[in-house]
Design a protein around this ligand. Sequence first.
Ligand SMILES: C[S@@+](CC[C@H](N)C(=O)[O-])C[C@H]1O[C@@H](n2cnc3c(N)ncnc32)[C@H](O)[C@@H]1O
Length: 298
Amino acid sequence: MEQVQFSKFKQRLKSQYGLDLELYKEAQIMRRLRGYMQRHQLSGFAELENYIGSSHQATHLIDYLDINVSEFFRHPELFAYLEQEILSRYIGSSHQATHLIDYLDINVSEFFRNPELFTYLEQDVLSRWLTKNPPVRIWSAGCSIGAEPYSLAIAVLEAGFRGLPSIWATDLDAGALQQAKVGQYALQDVRNVTPSRLKKYFDLAGDIVTVKSVLKERLQFARHDLLCDPIKGSFELIVCRNVAIYFTEDAKTAMLKRFAAALANDGILFTGATESYLNYRELGLNRVSSCFYRKEGA
Ligand SMILES: C[S@@+](CC[C@H](N)C(=O)[O-])C[C@H]1O[C@@H](n2cnc3c(N)ncnc32)[C@H](O)[C@@H]1O
């Protein structure tokens, strides 16, 4: 019975809100959903299905987000801003579903996550393209609250490119993208940024840092679902880190196939430190270093 209700719930989520839970690891999703249902005193998937279709007071959502979502909410001034942003997103009957989608997506991120990998990126990858014309195109896929694409922007500005690369930064979660556009972070999020870079690329006020416009100018943000949205253009560098961990093997393989097609010859895919792709060779990719795969030239 529960399985039937779960299937119905999944169908509703997919048809009404475009989120396909079939493509995510079931155990992980189940754990999150059970936590959500418990918190909202919902006894099963039938009630959950009902719940996400009905309209509720937005303040309930805000209270809930305060407990669960990212580090930003610890800062009152940012929280006030995000309250407005989030409230505006919840107008209409789909707001509970949006909330649930946000809850399922874990947005944890920080600048220069796994610094040693970013060192490799800066010294061994970016340095090969400094004189490339037209300039290289970079895609931060699953960019969350922006720490990753802003780190890439810093790396790019520091590298000394003749023509500055463009950086496309995408995520499924509109709320995370909104935070990314604001570009404000807690000091803890920038702990891997060197003091000189911190001074150069951020404004500091109390324990909040804000990225300077020189970084913002490098990025183009867009909402994009890696599991189904078309990929336009080709890229020298695709950075997709700590996103595939939530996907089933099939969904992961399908995504890798799409990345391989979207990479320019000799282009690089930069993955998360704990992610592994088994079938990269079949897709014309070579593992050049831990977490870095290169598309073989034609
Ligand atoms: C843990 S964060 C990783 C952020 C950043 N890449 C990093 O490594 O620090 C995972 C991100 O993947 C996004 N995500 C999950 N499923 C997605 C999908 N189908 N398409 C695009 N983004 C997705 C989530 O919204 C979340 O922001």
